[in-house]
Write a protein that binds this ligand. Structure first.
Ligand SMILES: [Zn+2]
Length: 148
């Protein structure tokens, strides 16, 4: 599995969206879209959120699918915030938007308050969906390259 490539700027945009949710005391999920292994767009789907969960309504999933078709992209990874510690909860396993083998799911602690593009790889917990359909913790630096 090739590492994902993403620019500083798009990581900063991701963190900014998560922090905006945190300012309302809510989790937030964003999707990293692109083709091949390069992230080209940070997409914030319409979502129902509270302090400790997020859900995408059916209409939001349909809008996402339409956007992917129109832009010839796919979902490379999902990124969401937690109010506290970063880990993949049972709900995160069950409700993951990315479901393909090798998919990456990033969890950012404390609503990303202490995170910026420079600390992103150290702050996040990253999980990858295995061939056996299990989310396994992996090392961020082995799966993500942040460029300028
Ligand atoms: Zn979660």
């Amino acid at each position: 599995m090739n590492s994902l490539l993403i620019s500083d700027r798009l990581v900063a945009r991701t963190v900014e969206i998560l922090q905006q949710g945190g300012a309302r005391n809510c989790e937030t999920v964003v999707l990293w879209l692109g083709s091949s292994n390069e992230v080209r767009e940070v997409y914030r789907p319409e979502q129902i959120v509270d302090v400790d969960f997020f859900r995408l309504p059916g209409e939001s999933v349909r809008a996402l699918m339409g956007h992917l078709r129109a832009t010839h992209q796919r979902v490379l990874a999902q990124v969401h915030s937690h109010p506290g510690e970063a880990f993949h909860s049972k709900a995160d396993d069950d409700w993951a938007i990315v479901r393909h083998e090798g998919a990456l799911s990033f969890v950012v602690p404390v609503f990303a308050v202490h995170t910026d593009s420079g600390s992103f790889q150290d702050d996040v917990a990253v999980y990858q969906l295995s061939a056996a359909d299990k989310w396994e913790r992996v090392h961020a630096r082995e799966h993500l390259i942040i460029g300028s």
